[in-house]
Write a protein that binds this ligand. Structure first.
Ligand SMILES: *[C@@H]1O[C@H](CO)[C@@H](O)[C@H](O)[C@H]1NC(C)=O
Ligand SMILES: *[C@@H]1O[C@H](CO)[C@@H](O)[C@H](O)[C@H]1NC(C)=O
Ligand SMILES: *[C@@H]1O[C@H](CO)[C@@H](O)[C@H](O)[C@H]1NC(C)=O
Ligand SMILES: *[C@@H]1O[C@H](CO)[C@@H](O)[C@H](O)[C@H]1NC(C)=O
Ligand SMILES: *[C@@H]1O[C@H](CO)[C@@H](O)[C@H](O)[C@H]1NC(C)=O
Ligand SMILES: *[C@@H]1O[C@H](CO)[C@@H](O)[C@H](O)[C@H]1NC(C)=O
Ligand SMILES: *[C@@H]1O[C@H](CO)[C@@H](O)[C@H](O)[C@H]1NC(C)=O
Ligand SMILES: *[C@@H]1O[C@H](CO)[C@@H](O)[C@H](O)[C@H]1NC(C)=O
Ligand SMILES: *[C@@H]1O[C@H](CO)[C@@H](O)[C@H](O)[C@H]1NC(C)=O
Ligand SMILES: *[C@@H]1O[C@H](CO)[C@@H](O)[C@H](O)[C@H]1NC(C)=O
Ligand SMILES: *[C@@H]1O[C@H](CO)[C@@H](O)[C@H](O)[C@H]1NC(C)=O
Ligand SMILES: *[C@@H]1O[C@H](CO)[C@@H](O)[C@H](O)[C@H]1NC(C)=O
Length: 744
């Protein structure tokens, strides 16, 4: 009876090795039923070249099925079918061996056809990448215990489905909360690409097809001969997964790196320099996806230095990659960060449209303008960027952020699917016709050849990839929505839960509940009614600091004073931002009556006593929402704790630690924000909570032994301006930020 014992040991080792590094591709064993008896006995992958995604698909099917069902299938590239096989390949390869299939004509680029209805399982991709997507889809269904007979064609909503890493050459990551880079170290590309290939596998399984590996604040040393070799290595590691590599460029490289006297995009020497560099890059990475460029933004160099347009700048790169079939993603995040708040009509939210509206139609065909979802910067609530409806003759992509830069930095649970969905479904009503953002970025609405999504990700060397097990639902949902924005975020989440944590109903209900409440909860305690995330915007982008919003040139203003708050973005009396939207939407936002409460302070400046549609005043809503949001965050701890024994202890403990931390930090948020606006407005909380905490023992009132007292900055993060480190802090401080847990 040696075999069952061995099998038991195998299960045991799987159950304990839950460090998260396999993400949602755990291929955990599923309870088996009778229908598994007729399961195919072999895999035929119609390409034996090791770098082929079709070959990868065969290997992945073999390993996945072995792990999920305990069945060892042979994997072969020959066309000889056994009695029942899983056949995976491109539509052309399939036709050559087995004849045409009718569904093939419905396939678009990267699409696939998957059928389990006949004796064989047929997985056919329009291209090699599509075949791999079909294999991952089949495995995902098996891993979720779905053995139904099905047959369907699945095509992407948009051709560009990329991620952007903000990794620096020294190995640090801008807004990196999960350890250092898996791509770079000490100024060079890493030698060991094991993690890179593993990441590519995760990305391929959610149908991502491109990755920019370095920070948009780019360092030209990436173009050194040694690093070009390195880029070749990275591309080789990811090619078997159908992931194409691209890079961010520094606009001034011809001067700072190439030794030219200029980087003027219309200077022929500069053009020739970029053409040469681009040829070198393609010599190392023949299938390079393209370039990403951040120019004239936050101190980065760009074409405006030479009085050239942003289109002149973008087209210079477009000319260089065009012969190689590459594209240029050009960021619309261009604004002046020294604007004067004294002028009521100044508004950073207007910048993108102002910079780009006259350039519509002036970009080369292989340029895509990459637009952040809202007009400011990844805030907890923003309207969709009006630039999506301004550019009619330019391809566009939406930029989303899996990295929770302003949204709790992966220490707070925040499932972003619902936020993204709301933006993607938003109807711009351009020319009074249906114009959802999702159909604009796909190219469909304005008949553009290119378009799609770019998701900023801060995957690092941490075994959990993102520093938090639960944050991985965001990466999963990003890929799924980029492929098909019609999906419901809650269903996507539940697929992810099944794949990540298994089939227990309580686990499913609890994580669903927590995740679906997480955005409203964070919005409630961090900044509501469209006022933005009231975080420290000057440095950490973490923790409450409403005082940093105003009084500087960054333009994330609240214009809060003793009586009133909000940005007046009306055309009639304010910055005119509402007027940047097509007329029907403009009218809605111009009028305070038709502006939804959750964007009230984004578009209007009102008194704290202004009544909302709910009947509450603005200030009372602030107070109540902050208590409510923080209360929900306390519930998360209890909810997660109820899963003890139902989730392996490694992941259980890690999540419990983060939820406990979030619960404490949510109280800090609640009290800082409420105290700040109470001090400013002097309007008391009708429920008498704010500025009134009789149950608290203040640190300054205690005699402390063995603790050191610290003054807290920003001051309102603690009553009495002082804090002592809680025991949690010892753990927390291993992460890269200075957070004080005030003694409350
Ligand atoms: C097999 O895969 C390689 C690498 O992706 C590709 O170049 C080749 O065209 C493929 N062969 C067939 C028959 O599809
Ligand atoms: C592949 O197929 C050939 C021919 O059918 C067979 O001889 C061989 O054993 C198969 N290889 C594997 C690994 O199953
Ligand atoms: C660019 O990278 C080089 C080599 O790692 C480093 O010395 C330099 O400081 C970096 N430049 C910037 C602006 O980060
Ligand atoms: C490469 O990295 C992987 C995982 O990060 C590790 O397991 C492996 O030992 C490393 N290989 C070498 C040659 O260092
Ligand atoms: C092209 O770039 C390579 C590598 O950077 C360099 O060695 C070469 O001199 C350049 N050629 C021209 C014509 O600029
Ligand atoms: C910049 O270009 C504009 C329009 O082409 C022109 O009016 C202006 O004089 C130029 N400024 C400089 C400094 O060259
Ligand atoms: C902002 O504008 C006001 C009024 O025009 C002016 O007094 C003030 O000096 C300006 N502030 C800065 C920093 O330029
Ligand atoms: C769109 O731009 C192209 C140049 O890229 C131009 O030829 C065409 O006329 C423009 N179309 C419209 C409708 O503006
Ligand atoms: C990963 O991150 C978690 C949480 O921040 C931390 O506890 C752990 O030590 C990290 N592990 C690695 C290997 O980086
Ligand atoms: C869902 O969340 C609410 C509020 O936090 C809580 O009252 C309820 O018990 C939760 N339900 C489940 C199934 O966890
Ligand atoms: C109109 O704008 C001025 C500033 O120019 C502001 O003080 C006033 O409150 C605004 N009026 C209304 C009705 O919002
Ligand atoms: C807003 O408050 C100011 C100061 O108390 C007051 O003068 C003004 O009438 C109020 N506006 C409205 C619309 O209530």
């Amino acid at each position: 009876m040696a075999y069952p014992v061995l099998f038991f040991c195998l299960l045991l080792s799987l159950a304990t090795a839950e460090d998260g590094h396999r993400g949602w591709l755990r291929y955990a064993p599923v309870p088996q039923t009778g229908s598994y008896a007729s399961f195919p006995t072999s895999i035929i992958a119609l390409n034996s070249t090791r770098s082929s995604p079709v070959y990868t698909a065969g290997q992945e099917l073999q390993q996945g099925i072995n792990s999920i069902l305990g069945k060892q299938l042979s994997a072969n590239s020959t066309s000889e079918k056994t009695f029942s096989s899983i056949i995976v390949g491109t539509v052309d390869a399939y036709a050559k061996s087995y004849g045409e299939i009718d569904e093939a004509e419905d396939l678009e680029e990267d699409g696939f056809y998957l059928s389990t209805e006949g004796r064989n399982v047929v997985i056919v991709g329009q291209n090699e990448r599509g075949a791999l997507y079909g294999a991952f889809e089949y495995l995902s269904r098996l891993a979720q215990g779905n053995l139904d007979a099905f047959s369907f064609v699945d095509n992407p909503h948009a051709p560009i489905r990329w991620v952007n890493q903000w990794d620096n050459m020294d190995g640090s990551i801008e807004r990196g909360y999960a350890g250092p880079s898996i791509f770079f170290r000490n100024g060079l590309v890493v030698d060991n690409t094991t993690r890179v290939a593993e990441y590519a596998k995760l990305l391929a399984s959610i149908r991502i097809n491109g990755i920019i590996v370095n920070n948009v604040n780019a360092n030209a040393t990436l173009l050194s001969a040694q690093n070009l070799d390195g880029l070749g290595r990275l591309a080789d590691a990811m090619r078997p997964y159908g992931i194409q590599l691209g890079i961010s460029l520094n606009f001034a490289s011809p001067q700072t790196f190439g030794g030219l006297s200029t980087f003027d995009p219309l200077d022929p020497k500069v053009d020739a320099w970029w053409a040469n560099v681009t040829n070198q890059v393609y010599a190392h990475v023949p299938d390079m996806a393209g370039y990403l460029v951040k120019a004239n933004s936050e101190g980065q160099p760009g074409p405006l230095t030479y009085n050239r347009t942003l289109a002149d700048g973008a087209n210079m790169f477009a000319r260089a990659v065009e012969p190689h079939g590459g594209i240029v993603m050009f960021r619309a995040f261009v604004y002046d960060n020294h604007i004067n708040e004294t002028n009521w009509k100044n508004d950073r939210a207007n910048a993108a449209v102002e910079f780009f509206q006259d350039l519509d139609g002036k970009f080369d065909e292989n340029v895509v303008v990459q637009i952040k979802y809202g007009p400011i910067d990844f805030q907890v609530r923003e309207p969709a960027s009006p630039l999506f409806s301004t550019l009619r003759n330019t391809s566009t992509a939406i930029e989303l952020q899996i990295t929770q830069e302003y949204l709790g930095q992966q220490c707070h649970l925040l499932y972003l699917g619902p936020l993204w969905k709301e933006i993607l479904e938003f109807d711009m009503k351009a020319d009074d016709r249906p114009s959802k953002v999702k159909d604009i970025i796909s190219g469909e609405r304005f008949r553009r050849p290119l378009g799609g999504s770019a998701g900023v990700v801060n995957v690092g060397t941490n075994t959990t990839w993102l520093g938090s097990h639960l944050a991985m639902s965001n990466l999963y949902a990003y890929g799924k929505l980029a492929w098909d924005p019609a999906l419901e975020p809650e269903e996507v989440l539940q697929d992810w839960i099944r794949l990540t944590f298994g089939f227990d109903r309580q686990v499913m209900n609890t994580i669903t509940n927590m995740s679906m409440q997480s955005w409203p909860a964070y919005e409630n305690y961090s900044g509501n009614l469209g006022i933005q995330t009231l975080t420290d915007i000057l440095y950490a982008h973490y923790g409450p600091n409403p005082a940093t919003q105003d009084g500087n040139g960054w333009g994330q203003w609240t214009r809060a004073d003793k009586f009133s708050i909000g940005m007046d973005r009306t055309v009639s009396n304010g910055t005119g931002n509402a007027g940047q939207y097509p007329p029907a939407v403009a009218q809605q936002y111009e009028n305070i009556e038709t502006t939804p409460d959750n964007l009230l302070l984004w578009f209007h400046h009102v008194n704290y006593t202004h009544p909302l549609k709910s009947g509450k005043t603005v200030i009372q809503h602030f107070y109540d929402a902050h208590y409510e949001g923080a209360k929900t965050a306390q519930e998360f701890v209890k909810q997660w704790a109820s899963l003890k024994g139902k989730v392996d202890s490694e992941r259980f403990d890690h999540v419990l630690f983060l939820q406990t931390y979030q619960a404490g930090h949510a109280l800090v948020w609640r009290d800082s924000i409420n105290q700040f606006y109470y001090n400013l407005s002097e309007i008391p909380d009708a429920a008498k909570r704010v500025n009134n905490h009789p149950y608290r023992i203040e640190a300054e009132d205690m005699s402390l032994s063995g603790y050191k007292r610290y003054s807290v900055n920003p001051f309102h993060a603690a009553s009495g301006y002082n804090a002592i480190p809680h025991s949690l802090l010892q753990l927390v401080s291993t992460r890269p930020r200075g957070v004080w847990i005030p003694f409350i």
